[in-house]
Design a protein around this ligand. Structure first.
Ligand code: NDP
Ligand code: KPL
Length: 327
């Protein structure tokens, strides 16, 4: 699993450009953590919250992290009743990618003519809904390789890792992406820009698309149980091979040894519950379409047979219905 081996490399690089105003829409685990990193770098970080707004306004975020104490008070905390203040330099969206959340509508009120949008979210093909609704703003797509979760309102547990991969969507490295990556690096996490963020999304999907739903279907199991249960690794490998086939048909062939390398890296990690397994265990909605459904849809469009992914999709939809969550 290409998740990186360490959380970061210590804050310290001085930025020469003006400190940006950053609005984080959906400051849950990911948004609160990367907000801390940007505030540590000197950015003005404002957060938009829903259920946790009152608590965070009163106490700020408490973040337990191997990087040190990342607890902070954002420069502003907005709840659903507050009037948005447009004109952020960066509006960073970190909500879950769910069918009933209109992410473009959440982002739009914070934009000014010069604003760039960044998405730090999992999944494949998650950008068009935002890009089509907000075509006048540069769009940065970013992938987080991190283990972080919410323990309670405003309480975040960062367990490991933290690196980011960023790029302009649909491709290239824009000045905005480069700038944002530099601010993250200044705050102490590795943040690298890549020419093809879609290729990077396929490479991450190779892991998330099989592992996330399999772990949920196995009652939110961790990586060690998943790989050590007889048949578990074989199932993961077979589903990964289907993701590889769709990626290749889409024009993004992944290296031949990508599956072996992901399995070996996962074996080297301590037992790990992915974000979907944590959502499942907490009774939250699951990002089924973003992480799995969009790959199956693409496979159907490209004429690639994905029987295992199809089965996983049907079963996890049943599971989500059974538990009353959407996804
Ligand atoms: N956690 C992890 O380790 C990783 C997560 N990711 C990805 O990052 C993305 C974010 O995940 P994560 O941070 O874990 O999710 P969380 O559920 O912790 O955070 C999402 C936040 O968005 C808020 N939100 C939802 N709707 C609204 C709204 N209408 N207005 C304001 N805020 C809203 C939620 O508030 P509320 O509590 O009210 O629902 C919550 O605070 C996902 O795509 C995930 O797959 C990627 C890699 C690792
Ligand atoms: C790759 C991984 C496992 C951690 O970044 C993830 O994306 C998740 O937990 O969903």
């Amino acid at each position: 699993m290409a998740i990186g081996r360490h959380a970061g490399h210590g804050a310290g690089r001085r930025m020469t450009t003006h400190a940006p105003r950053v609005v984080i829409v959906g400051a849950g685990a990911i948004g609160a953590f990367y907000g801390a990193i940007l505030q540590r770098a000197g950015a003005r970080v404002e957060v938009v919250l829903r259920s946790d707004a009152a608590v965070v306004r009163e106490r700020g975020f408490c973040i337990d992290s191997p990087l040190g104490d990342l607890s902070y008070r954002p420069a502003a905390v907005y709840g659903p009743e507050d009037t948005p203040v447009p004109g952020a330099d960066f509006v960073i969206c970190c909500v879950k990618v769910l069918p009933d959340i209109d992410r473009a509508a959440l982002i739009a009120p914070w934009l000014g003519p010069q604003s760039a949008i960044a998405l730090i979210e999992n999944g494949l093909d998650i950008e068009p809904a935002v890009a089509e609704a907000l075509p006048d703003h540069p769009l940065i797509s970013a992938l987080a390789f991190i283990a972080v979760s919410r323990r309670g309102p405003g309480e975040i547990e960062h367990r490991a890792y933290g690196r980011l991969t960023l790029g302009a969507w649909p491709q290239g490295v824009s000045e905005e992406a480069r700038q944002l990556a530099q601010w993250f690096e200044a705050g102490g996490v590795d943040a690298k820009c890549r020419e093809s963020i879609v290729r990077e999304r396929w490479a991450k999907s190779l892991w998330n698309t099989p592992f996330n739903p399999i772990s949920v279907l196995a009652d939110g199991t961790d990586t060690v149980t998943l790989l050590e249960t007889p048949g578990g690794e074989a199932l993961a490998r077979a589903a990964m091979a289907e993701v590889m086939a769709v990626a290749a048909a889409d024009g993004y062939p992944l290296p031949d040894d990508a599956i072996d390398r992901n399995i070996e890296a996962t074996r080297r990690m301590p037992a790990y519950r992915n974000s979907m397994a944590l959502d499942y265990r907490a009774g939250r909605a699951l990002e089924i379409d973003a992480i799995l459904g969009n790959v199956v849809t693409k496979a159907e469009r490209l004429g690639v047979a994905v029987p295992r992914l199809h089965t996983l999709q049907t079963l996890i939809r049943m599971r989500a219905r059974e538990s009353g969550s959407i996804g």
